[in-house]
Write a protein that binds this ligand. Sequence first.
Ligand SMILES: [Zn+2]
Length: 251
Amino acid sequence: VIVRAIAEHELLAVWDEALAQHPLDRALTLLTALEPMAPRAELRALSVGERDRRLIELREQLFGPQLKATATCPRCTEALELSAPLAELRASLGAADATNEPEQWLEVDDLMVRFRRVTSRDLAAIVAAPDAEAARAALFARVFIEARPRGSDQPLATPALPAGAVAAVEARLAELEAAADINFELECPQCRAAWSAPFDPCAYLWTEIDVWARRLLRSVDTLARVYGWREADVLALSPHRRRFYLEMAEG
Ligand SMILES: [Zn+2]
C-alpha cells in the first residue's frame, strides 16, 4: 500500500473518526484527508456528483490510478474482474456536474420553478424520514426556492405548488441524480448475461482504507509486543523499516 502526500497518522485519524459514522458523514470525513482545512459546512454543500469526484481523486492519491473490483454474474455467479482508470470516472462526473448549476429553473405549464441541486446536507436531513414518500416531500421542501408565473418577475405569493409542478421538479432532480451515478455495463464471458452494476466511490474507498488501517494496527500490535514500542514509535517508522522489523519479529 502506498500512501503519498497524506501522512499515515492523518489517514489513521480519519479512519478512526469515520469508523462509526453513517455513510453520508463518512464520505465527508474522508474528504477531510484531501482537504484538512475545508470547513465541514462547505463540504456538506457540495453536490453529490462533486463529492464523489473528490472521493475518486482521494482514492487515486492514496492507492493509485486504477480501479480494481470484482462483480458476480447475476445469472451464473461467474466472478468477473473489473479494471478501469479512475481519471475517466472522475472526468465523467466533472462533465455531469458542469451542466448541473447550483440553481436551476424548470418550466412547468404556465410556471417557472426555481430550485437548487441536492447536496450531502439535504441527504443527511432526510435520512430519518419515516418512508420514501415523506423523504421525497422533505427533499423537495429543502431544494425548492420559488415559483413564478411565466413572464412575471414576481414569485407566487402562495407557497403551495400544483402537484404537476412538484412532480416535474422531482423528475428533474432524479435525472440530475442519475447523471451523478456511475454504472458499469457488464457482460458475463461465460453466459453472455448483460447487466448494469452501480459503483459507489465512498463505499469502495472506505473498504480499502479499512483494510489498510486494520493491517497497520496489526503491525503496531506485533511490534509493540516484541519491542515494547508505542504506537507513535511504530507509525514514525518508514514503511520499509516497519516491514523489516515485522519480518524480524515474525521470523
Ligand atoms: Zn454469467
